[in-house]
Ligand binder design. Sequence first.
Ligand SMILES: *[C@@H]1O[C@H](CO)[C@@H](O)[C@H](O)[C@H]1NC(C)=O
Ligand SMILES: *[C@@H]1O[C@H](CO)[C@@H](O)[C@H](O)[C@H]1NC(C)=O
Ligand SMILES: *[C@@H]1O[C@H](CO)[C@@H](O)[C@H](O)[C@H]1NC(C)=O
Ligand SMILES: *[C@@H]1O[C@H](CO)[C@@H](O)[C@H](O)[C@H]1NC(C)=O
Ligand SMILES: *[C@@H]1O[C@H](CO)[C@@H](O)[C@H](O)[C@H]1NC(C)=O
Ligand SMILES: *[C@@H]1O[C@H](CO)[C@@H](O)[C@H](O)[C@H]1NC(C)=O
Ligand SMILES: *[C@@H]1O[C@H](CO)[C@@H](O)[C@H](O)[C@H]1NC(C)=O
Ligand SMILES: *[C@@H]1O[C@H](CO)[C@@H](O)[C@H](O)[C@H]1NC(C)=O
Length: 514
Amino acid sequence: MLSPALLLLAPAVAQAASVQLAGLTLPDDAPTHAAAVKKIFTDAYGSYKEKAWGFDDLAPLSGQGTNGRNGWGATVIDALSTMSVMGLDDLFAEGVDFASKIDFSTSHTEDTVSVFETTIRYLGGLLAAYELSGSKHEVLVQKATEVADKMAFAWVGDNDVPYGFLNFTTNEPTIDGSNIAEAGTLILEWNRLSELTGNKTYGELAEKSFRHIATTNDTLLPSLPGQCINPTTGGWDCRYITWGGGSDSYFEYLIKYARLTNNADPLWVESWKTAVESTVQNLIVTSDVGGWAFVADFTDDKVVRHIGTHLGCFIGGNWIMGGRLLGNETIVKYGLSLVDGCIATYNTTTGIGPEVFAYSSKDGNYTGATPSADDLAFYQEHGWYVYNGAGYYILRPEVMESNFYAYRATGDERYYQNAVRFIDSLNNSTSVNGANAGIGDVRQEEWGASGFFDDTESFFFAEVLKYLYLTFDDPAHISLDEWTFNTEAHPLKAPPALDSYEPKEAKKSAKFRL
Ligand SMILES: *[C@@H]1O[C@H](CO)[C@@H](O)[C@H](O)[C@H]1NC(C)=O
Ligand SMILES: *[C@@H]1O[C@H](CO)[C@@H](O)[C@H](O)[C@H]1NC(C)=O
Ligand SMILES: *[C@@H]1O[C@H](CO)[C@@H](O)[C@H](O)[C@H]1NC(C)=O
Ligand SMILES: *[C@@H]1O[C@H](CO)[C@@H](O)[C@H](O)[C@H]1NC(C)=O
Ligand SMILES: *[C@@H]1O[C@H](CO)[C@@H](O)[C@H](O)[C@H]1NC(C)=O
Ligand SMILES: *[C@@H]1O[C@H](CO)[C@@H](O)[C@H](O)[C@H]1NC(C)=O
Ligand SMILES: *[C@@H]1O[C@H](CO)[C@@H](O)[C@H](O)[C@H]1NC(C)=O
Ligand SMILES: *[C@@H]1O[C@H](CO)[C@@H](O)[C@H](O)[C@H]1NC(C)=O
């Protein structure tokens, strides 16, 4: 209960919404762990550079069959902001020089180029590196402009929604369906490019796609649009609901764009809030062994599908962030439970979790596949099991990403210790030839037993090692109250926060209650 004195003071002390816990202090051994993460970065980057630099098939935008994701150009650009965050100034200078020499006006790949992957890795990487370096290297914005001017060809005629892939030689898009992650995860980067160049077109293109998705009412549950969108018609090719791959970062960007634009349009925060409420009402499921909280999928036939994914483990961190911005601790608590559920999937012989997992609850156990007897036995011990053989781990960040938000938001040492353990797990299970590679099965008993993926995703450098490092770094450095991460962990400068991100109507009624 507020004392009369406090009531009087209330308007004067109105405080900016804060994601981080004020006054968080790190345990004494934090610098040791930060140094260990930095060493993993320099070892892996050095090894990758030694083996990959100069090979034709690793020229910028070459995709090794994966649509412009893993080429050397992607790795350098994707790693830049992590180098800056870690204070690796020489590597950063070398990387900026490398990036400044890439000619994006011609194609360097025999593949088509993914508009989504190139946006989050190249645009995000270049613009974050520019901002982190104190706006020193104008060439980074120029290079981002070159890439975006090519990608702008993905918007055809009056279409709101871009096609997903482009031929960078002819600038012709592949006429095909897309998904709401690809079409709805462009706005942070393209909007920032507009702000930095003064050319409004970039932000307008991305925003019309984002708005198209956010304003549809053709959904099975409120504000949870289906995964498959058709750029040609603007309609939905499926209504499958998931917070996992193919949809994930559309939801992530609703609250992040609200934060970066400080609610210039209430649509984003309203859509996010309703999406969360729909999910709480329909899709949060508690496993009947272990009692873990997971977010289920919802099929076109309106069946709750009891699976979860490593990709979907970003949700915990996103809800912690959004809950704090809205001043809604219920959402923060859900976020923290979801972090715990995802951490539970790391309870394996390697200390790392799988790509896809499944579980059952008192409401049922439909997954779309039939678990083996071993899966069911594993479930009885863990409260989750590997779905349909998808036990691999390809150096994805989402579990440690959400764990980082949980730590910065609560200061609970449990989250700190999760990150400490993960350094060891990563080092023990994914190290090979001085670098790191994905593994075939997180349930393996011996190092290397399930095989390695002959490839290091650039998000290992951009995301995994950045989030881990920041968990052990001074919370005032890259504060979540001053920077907003794109979905590839590239920090973009955020304006001073509003006191609350509640949509106007709700804010009024809150004031009234006071
Ligand atoms: C990783 O493991 C190697 C030996 O396998 C060890 O030399 C190194 O110190 C470890 N690194 C970290 C950061 O634990
Ligand atoms: C891109 O277009 C060029 C020129 O028509 C063609 O040679 C090339 O095969 C196309 N690339 C892809 C991936 O379709
Ligand atoms: C702004 O960007 C659009 C999209 O790439 C481009 O077509 C247009 O020429 C740019 N305008 C200026 C003034 O550079
Ligand atoms: C969606 O909105 C349109 C236009 O406002 C309306 O005609 C239609 O009935 C709505 N559909 C649903 C499912 O609410
Ligand atoms: C906080 O969020 C929960 C979950 O969406 C919702 O049910 C509740 O109404 C919200 N509280 C307020 C005060 O808006
Ligand atoms: C799901 O339910 C069926 C029928 O009750 C049961 O046979 C099966 O073992 C259950 N699977 C899991 C993973 O609990
Ligand atoms: C972790 O897994 C072991 C089996 O390997 C199990 O006995 C233990 O209960 C699990 N811990 C949690 C917290 O789920
Ligand atoms: C990693 O390996 C070290 C040394 O063999 C061992 O002490 C540690 O328990 C391992 N950690 C994990 C998480 O597997």
